[in-house]
Design a protein around this ligand. Structure first.
Ligand SMILES: Cc1cc2nc3c(=O)[nH]c(=O)nc-3n(C[C@H](O)[C@H](O)[C@H](O)COP(=O)(O)OP(=O)(O)OC[C@H]3O[C@@H](n4cnc5c(N)ncnc54)[C@H](O)[C@@H]3O)c2cc1C
Ligand code: SF4
Length: 508
């Protein structure tokens, strides 16, 4: 094996095989941390990623083109039931390439709930803190400094302060952020410490073999243990399959994301599914966004993409954030057509857009496998109680906008007026009965499809990510969360992966 190297699509000339100690599938936050920690422990590791690597020259700031290149199904993957788009990365670095770098530890009350409901003994905040901190130190996770906040973020703070709601600069995995607001299409200054510029290079330096444009299609096993993985080389952006590969390993780690890992298990002979929980329990933090129009320019394109947040309402089921993305992507939420739509676009320079994500443990779905495709089919329904929580969150954001001096808010909600000019008018948000289809939803945080549970009859993995059914098969992506973490999931996924890696290396 040629250790300590990365292969890209042009490097593959024929079928091939490799022998390693551990093969890790997926290079997102969970897989990248797992691979780096295992190489640090002296193990020979292969990290396999279906997507290509991106350099700053490869990033497209046009939202639609960027989504087509960096996200599965062009960023338009949808749930059925309640229809909601869910963006999932396909790139070296997974979702970290296009995410906003928001880092939050899961609150202690959430982790205590996980432990109690899912028979977990060692997953309190005190248990995970050393792992959160190790990752935090490696990535330089720190509060967003004021100089790169921009007006859009500071107005949020101003509104929260006026109402007595707590708010704070977001902790992010960035080094030298310039506040360009481009996290969604890839950080061209490489300030964002996405996995492709942090954990993956560190793994390569310690000897890992990284295969990009390589899609794992099955987990090899002899009935009692996993023996490796097999798959095909795939062309970037088209997915056209060519050479075959096989990686033999003493342990297999799946970190392909909570929508791909269940498909891989199912296509490998319904592996690790004695509990019947593989692909079940799909959960999201569905999000809603709202635009406030101010009397003067806000210049919303400047500022850390999501630089401010409020956890004031976490126990009520929602978290508030500032937001930026390419205007063409944000405009999807704008009501109206023709001249009215054109005028709303013209308002953009005087606007700020803020969002809420909700803890929706009642809103459940599942991932299903299609017969001749690795693309999952998703079913998920937003529970009526969670519709109420999301509309409550929109009301709170309206309050904050008006407290910050907005002259109107554009809710983007069907069935009520497009724009409110006073808080009194906005009250309709809480008074008018709304249905799931009235909200313009997005759900980029997804979890729970291979959930951890202390009882092997009720979960797929234990709290260290080890499959109850196959002792050398591990899962570290967000599928192992037993419930919503209530805050942005990446840091928790990395902390759990950091802990799992220690267990895997101790076992081998
Ligand atoms: C636009 C956007 C913004 C977000 N913002 C934030 C944020 O600011 N903070 C936060 O905490 N979270 C954020 N998230 C969510 C966060 O990025 C994800 O929760 C996180 O990336 C999940 O990590 P993961 O390792 O479980 O999976 P992923 O990041 O999805 O990584 C899985 C990887 O596996 C690869 N893969 C899949 N199948 C195969 C296969 N068969 N063979 C080989 N490789 C495969 C995929 O291509 C992918 O690269 C955001 C997500 C999006 C899309
Ligand atoms: S705001 Fe701009 S500079 Fe800062 S991390 Fe995001 S893309 Fe990079």
């Amino acid at each position: 094996m040629s250790a300590g190297s990365v292969r890209v699509y042009a490097d593959y000339e024929c079928d091939f095989s490799e022998d390693v100690d551990v093969v890790v599938v997926g290079s997102g936050p969970a897989g990248a941390v797992t691979a780096k920690e295992l190489t640090d422990a002296g193990l020979r590791v292969a990290l396999i990623e279906e997507g290509p690597p991106f350099t700053p020259q490869d990033f497209e700031i046009d939202g639609a083109i960027s989504m087509a290149r960096t996200m599965r199904e062009g960023g338009l993957r949808m749930t059925q039931g309640t229809v909601m788009p869910t963006m999932q990365g396909i790139a070296l670095g997974g979702g970290s390439l296009v995410n906003s770098a928001i880092c939050n530890k899961a609150p202690d009350f959430v982790l205590d709930d996980w432990c109690e409901k899912f028979d977990l003994e060692n997953t309190t905040l005190a248990d995970l803190d050393p792992h959160y901190d190790a990752v935090g130190e490696f990535l330089g996770i720190a509060p967003t400094p004021e100089k790169v906040q921009g007006r859009r973020n500071l107005l949020f703070k101003q509104g929260c302060d006026a109402l007595g709601y707590s708010s704070e600069p977001v902790l992010r995995n960035v080094k030298g952020c310039r506040g360009s607001g481009e996290c969604f299409t890839g950080c061209r200054t490489r300030a964002k410490q996405s996995m492709d510029v942090s954990y993956v290079p560190a793994a390569i330096r310690r000897g890992a073999l990284v295969l990009t444009s390589a899609r794992v299609e099955s987990i090899l096993n002899d009935g009692s243990k996993a023996t490796g993985v097999a798959g095909r080389v795939v062309a970037p952006f088209t997915g056209r399959a060519s050479h075959r590969f096989r990686i033999n390993a003493r342990a297999v780690v799946l970190a392909a994301g909570c929508m791909a890992t269940p498909v891989l298990l199912e296509k490998s002979g319904k592996l690790a599914n004695r509990s019947g929980q593989v692909g079940e329990n799909l959960q999201f933090h569905p999000g809603v966004a709202i635009m406030g129009v101010f009397p003067e320019d806000v210049h919303p394109a400047f500022g850390a993409t999501q630089g401010y947040q409020s956890k004031n309402f976490l126990r009520d089921g929602y978290k508030l954030e500032t937001l930026w993305a390419p205007p063409s992507v944000l405009a999807v939420r704008l009501p109206g057509s023709g001249m009215a739509f054109k005028n709303r676009l013209a308002d953009f320079a005087r606007s700020a857009i803020w969002d809420a994500i909700a803890t929706c443990n009642r809103s459940l779905g599942r991932v299903r496998t299609r017969s001749r495709s690795m693309t999952p089919s998703l079913v998920w329904r937003l529970h009526p109680e969670d519709v109420r929580i999301l509309t409550r969150a929109l009301w709170t954001l309206s309050e904050i906008f008006f407290a910050a001096g907005a002259k109107s808010v554009v809710s983007g909600v069907n069935g009520i007026p497009d724009e409110f000019f006073s808080l009194d008018e906005a009250r309709m948000l809480t008074e008018h009965p709304l249905r799931d289809r009235d909200l313009v939803l997005g759900g980029n945080h997804a979890f729970c499809t291979t959930r951890m549970h202390g009882n092997p009859a009720r979960g797929v993995v234990d709290e260290y990510g080890r499959c109850h059914d196959l002792r050398n098969l591990y899962i570290t992506d967000t599928g192992i969360f037993p419930q919503c973490p209530s805050v942005n999931p990446m840091w928790t996924a990395m902390a759990l992966a950091h802990r799992s890696a220690a267990h895997i290396s101790a076992e081998l």
